[in-house]
Design a binder for this molecule. Structure first.
Ligand SMILES: Cc1cc2nc3c(=O)[nH]c(=O)nc-3n(C[C@H](O)[C@H](O)[C@H](O)COP(=O)(O)OP(=O)(O)OC[C@H]3O[C@@H](n4cnc5c(N)ncnc54)[C@H](O)[C@@H]3O)c2cc1C
Length: 571
């Protein structure tokens, strides 16, 4: 049966490849439970998931690690606080590890020092300097994850590289705790800190595309949605993340998984050069030729080296339409679908990047009510080339994994694909993500995945299996600091919820699921999905593996006094 869809909410309605049928059409609509009903529209979701729950103060910020030297007189060492949350007047104690950042060295900026620093910054910055008395302070300190509620002493909202140089100079002189904010999307909220200085790049939004050279230079406050919008004017793309609101900076510096990574590599693999302000205040142009060690480190190990102000990406011809698969399978067949999907990934060509999500169908008025919020298996894949017969043939095995609930495969504008799921991760709700790399997805691992998914605390929580390999694996292991080239899969456990009362339950579920999957892990974790308040030393080992020592040497060479050590010590 064919039904016409109007606007996508669940995911873009992918119309069939050119010539294979009508555009914007659901190509098949097979339902296992009752007679098929028309899906008139996965209408655009207007509300963004409701207001965030009451914001709670992030617990403590004290602890050890990372604080090499550099505290000046007038600074005091942070003492760990008890994690107390206030929810509607009642006090609720939560385990400290929930929101605590134990690897935060915590140089607290007392009022007088903060005022001196603010005065100095105000006299030298073109951008705004925001302190707790500023009317925009609460908005400026907010990050995407509503679980995070930090109160920096100052936010230096930089307008350009010169502002960053000034902010770094002042930081070097006064030695506050420093955090660097790009898009503000890291689950751990590491772009903001308590009582310290935030070097905020989120208003640095320049993007310049050179279509002839197939490159784009973008400043560090740009999000992937903003970047794609510019590059797609020329039907060019650099592989970015799967959510358009995510910052290009944090994502690229940690590696960068996306819908076309098997074809074009990680985001960091497409960086040609970058500009960084290091702890000495120098503005460095970094590439394979210039500062090659920094270039090596910045691609996958880019936190804690300095402040990256812009990236130059190589671009690939892609879009404006791309072909993809999105098939929803009934949850009852989850294990069977996962096994078949795994087998299909073995023979997937590099042009195809498969992904599988154990999730739920949103309560969208356009979806048959009986399917609302029901668990399902989503099989997705994108073809990294032009839509057409070759794309359809390469994608076909991803569509043929048994009778689906719905098959939404077809073509879609690349920019729509890149933002299709953004609304499902609204700003201000509460999140926690952790991941494992895996070399194999054994039947036992699949069983464990499904078992833990079925225990998830909220319909917003999901488990995602991404397929690596292809162009990701072709890059030599020592080419960059990204340490997991050979892994075949990344499995992330993503808890999402609204009610602060669920903090312990939701984070507990994600941690327990992650623990249960540990026996199947190849031993590594992805810095961009690295939880919150994890043990910093263990995390560095899991994230950087064999590259850790070299990375630490590089960081020490460019930041001998550890100005950016806090950023290096946590995701
Ligand atoms: C909803 C959602 C979806 C996601 N999807 C994907 C995905 O598809 N693929 C993927 O790979 N990841 C994904 N991520 C993870 C994402 O890559 C990380 O959260 C990343 O850190 C986001 O970058 P940001 O600039 O927005 O973060 P921020 O929170 O601003 O930055 C994170 C950290 O990066 C460092 N940093 C940021 N900017 C700079 C800079 N200019 N110079 C130096 N250091 C800097 C700082 O240490 C900072 O604390 C997703 C995250 C979310 C929340």
């Amino acid at each position: 049966m064919r039904v016409t869809a109007h606007r996508p909410a669940l995911f873009p309605i992918l119309s069939p490849p050119a010539g294979a049928g009508q555009r914007r059409t659901i190509t098949s609509w097979v339902r296992s439970r009752s007679a098929p009903r028309q899906v008139a529209a996965f209408g655009p979701r207007t509300e963004r998931g409701g207001a965030p729950g009451p914001r709670v103060r992030a617990a403590g910020g004290g602890g050890a690690g990372g604080g090499r030297g550099g505290r000046r007189a007038g600074m005091r060492a942070r003492t760990p606080r008890t994690s107390v949350k206030r929810d509607g007047g009642s006090e609720q104690r939560t385990p400290k590890k929930v929101t605590h950042m134990p690897d935060n060295p915590g140089a607290v900026l007392p009022g007088t020092a903060a005022r001196a620093l603010a005065d100095e910054l105000r006299s030298s910055l073109r951008g705004e300097v925001i302190d707790p008395g500023h009317p925009g302070y609460d908005e400026a300190r907010r990050v995407w994850n509503g679980l995070i509620d930090r109160r920096p002493a100052l936010i230096a909202r930089c307008a350009g590289t010169a502002d960053v140089v000034e902010a770094v100079r002042v930081a070097r002189e006064h030695r506050p705790l420093v955090s660097i904010r790009g898009g503000g999307h890291q689950v751990a909220g590491s772009g903001v800190c308590d009582d310290g200085l935030v070097i905020d790049l989120s208003h640095m939004k320049g993007v310049h595309v050179d279509p002839a050279a197939r490159t784009a230079r973008a400043q560090a406050g740009v999000t992937w949605g903003e970047f794609d919008r510019e590059t797609q004017l020329h039907a060019l793309a650099a592989p970015g993340g799967e959510i358009s609101a995510t910052g290009i900076a944090g994502l690229t510096l940690g590696g960068g998984f996306g819908f076309v990574m098997r074809t074009f590599g990680l985001s960091c693999d497409n960086v040609r050069s970058l500009e960084i302000v290091t702890a000495d205040g120098a503005v460095r142009a970094v590439s394979r030729e210039e500062e090659p060690e920094l270039f090596w480190a910045a691609r996958g190990g880019g936190r804690g080296l300095g402040v990256v102000t812009s990236f130059e990406f190589g671009l690939h011809p892609l879009g404006p339409e791309v072909a993809g698969v999105l098939v929803l399978h009934p949850y009852e067949r989850a294990e069977e679908v996962l096994r078949a999907w795994r087998d299909a990934t073995y023979s997937a060509p590099e042009t195809v990047t498969p992904e599988l999500l154990l999730w739920s169908i949103p309560a969208d008025p356009a979806v048959p009510r009986e399917l609302h919020r029901s668990d399902c298996v989503m099989v997705g894949a994108v073809y990294g080339g032009p839509p057409g017969d070759a794309a359809a043939a390469a994608l076909a095995p991803q569509r043929e994994l048994g009778p689906p609930l719905m098959d939404l495969s077809g073509t879609v504008p690349y920019v729509a694909l890149q933002s299709a799921n953004t609304w499902r991760f609204p700003d201000g709700e509460r999140y926690f993500m952790k991941s494992h790399f895996m070399d194999e997805l054994s039947d036992e691992a699949i069983k464990t995945l499904v078992e833990w998914h079925s225990r998830r605390p909220t319909p917003e929580s999901l488990i995602v299996v991404r397929t690596l390999g292809g162009a990701v694996a072709r890059v030599a292991p020592d080419d960059s600091a990204f340490a997991h080239r050979s892994a075949r899969y990344n499995v992330s456990v993503d808890a999402g919820w609204r009610d602060p009362a669920l903090d312990g339950t939701a984070i507990g579920w994600a941690r327990s699921a992650w623990d249960a999957l540990r026996p199947f892990s190849s031993g590594g974790t992805y810095v961009n999905f690295a939880g919150l308040g994890e043990d910093a030393d263990e995390l560095r080992g899991a994230v950087f593996g064999p590259h850790r020592e070299r990375l630490e040497r590089t960081r020490a060479a460019y930041d001998p006094e550890g100005l950016f050590a806090p950023a290096a010590g946590r995701p």
